[in-house]
Design a protein around this ligand. Structure first.
Ligand code: ADP
Ligand code: MG
Length: 333
């Protein structure tokens, strides 16, 4: 090897080291202004990332996100006996029950979304849905489903805005907000961040993600996982100041005789639906995305994408049961 090539190599190495050092120093600087926190709340993984110069404010902001999630959980969890939702399911069939503004708002919005989706999104699915236990691999038989199917109808939930009261017009009625409450909580968390002066953040609760601003001059990259491979992303999407929710048949399910019993239930049949494997909805707010992703899953490919094509603020990405991807009209060039 000649002397010249050795010294060239040395210089190249020096440049590389300097470059690496600069990159580390720069990323160190911006990384130190980002802070991240995760917690297990609402039966799912909550994660938030915020950007701010003040470390104190970053920590305050992350605590505010987690407190918001916990508040909604305490109000709306079907697994907490003292939640307002549990109280409704125990007593609203026999008397008018007065609830918080938050729960009343979400019940009213759920009713509007049931109208919009022609009953595909319906929180009263739980009248049958409560008989499924995915962890315990339990499901109702046909006679049990038939016995409760009449109770499923969002019109049975009577709301009186004069005093925030709720009455169930069917004795077997049960509700569950699993298809909308996480999205709502994400929106409330983002509002809290804005109020604290945060301008760049990500909040995600299971399949519901909302982004405040961008990632400092770059978009956020949000993934849709492969429904049959936890390790793989089916699609990644750059987004800023927007939100995306995904509903999939892989979140909660068990298999029996080769059939997958999963947590998205047709209000018409009281059983899981099989036309698609995953639905993602992109739109301005998580509460709508969350409910619409569940609804489009139930409606299936054609009706579901048809619904979204009629809503200018929303886009859909659907993987059908043969793993083909489909996009709403706004995503097709
Ligand atoms: P997750 O983010 O938990 O996967 P999804 O947004 O995919 O939730 O919604 C699934 C949840 O929605 C179910 O676990 C159940 O609580 C609720 N759900 C299931 N079917 C319906 C339906 N037809 N209408 C409204 N909510 C539903
Ligand atoms: Mg949903």
């Amino acid at each position: 090897m000649s002397r010249q090539s050795i010294s060239k190599k040395r210089i190249n190495t020096q440049i590389l080291v300097i470059l690496m050092f600069c990159t580390l120093a720069m990323s160190g600087q911006s990384f130190s202004q980002w802070e991240e926190r995760s917690a297990a709340i609402m039966g799912t993984n909550i994660r938030a990332e915020v950007y701010h110069e003040s470390e104190q404010l970053r920590n305050q902001a992350l605590s505010a996100v987690m407190m918001q999630m916990e508040e909604i959980n305490q109000l709306m969890s079907p697994y907490i006996d003292s939640s307002e939702l549990s109280l409704l399911n125990r007593e609203a069939a026999t008397r008018k029950v007065v609830v918080s503004d938050e729960l009343f708002y979400l019940l009213a919005l759920s009713a509007r979304l049931s109208e919009l989706t022609k009953g595909a999104f319906d929180i009263t699915f739980a009248s049958v849905g409560y008989m499924y236990d995915y962890k315990e691999q339990q499901r109702p038989d046909q006679a049990q489903i038939d016995g409760k199917l009449q109770a499923i109808d969002y019109r049975h939930v009577q709301l009186d805005p004069a005093n925030n009261s709720v009455r169930f017009a069917h004795h077997d009625l049960k509700i569950d907000l699993g298809g909308i409450a996480k999205g709502y909580a994400v929106d409330l968390a983002i509002e809290r961040l804005k109020a604290l002066g945060i301008e760049h953040a990500l909040v995600t609760a299971g399949g519901d993600t909302r982004l405040l601003g961008d990632r400092l001059g770059k978009p956020w990259i949000v993934g849709i996982r492969d429904p049959r491979d936890e390790e793989k992303q089916a699609v990644v999407i750059p987004l800023e100041s927007a939100a995306m929710s995904t509903s999939g048949d892989y979140e909660r399910y068990f298999e029996e005789d080769g059939k997958r019993y999963h947590h998205i239930i047709s209000p018409r049949t009281g059983e899981s639906v099989y036309e698609v494997q995953s639905v993602s909805i992109i739109g301005p707010e998580s509460v709508y995305n969350d409910a619409l992703s569940t609804a489009v899953f139930v409606m299936g490919l054609e009706n579901g994408i048809g619904l979204i094509n009629g809503l200018p603020e929303f886009e859909a990405i659907v993987m059908d049961n043969e793993r083909r991807m489909h996009y709403s009209s706004g995503l097709q060039q």
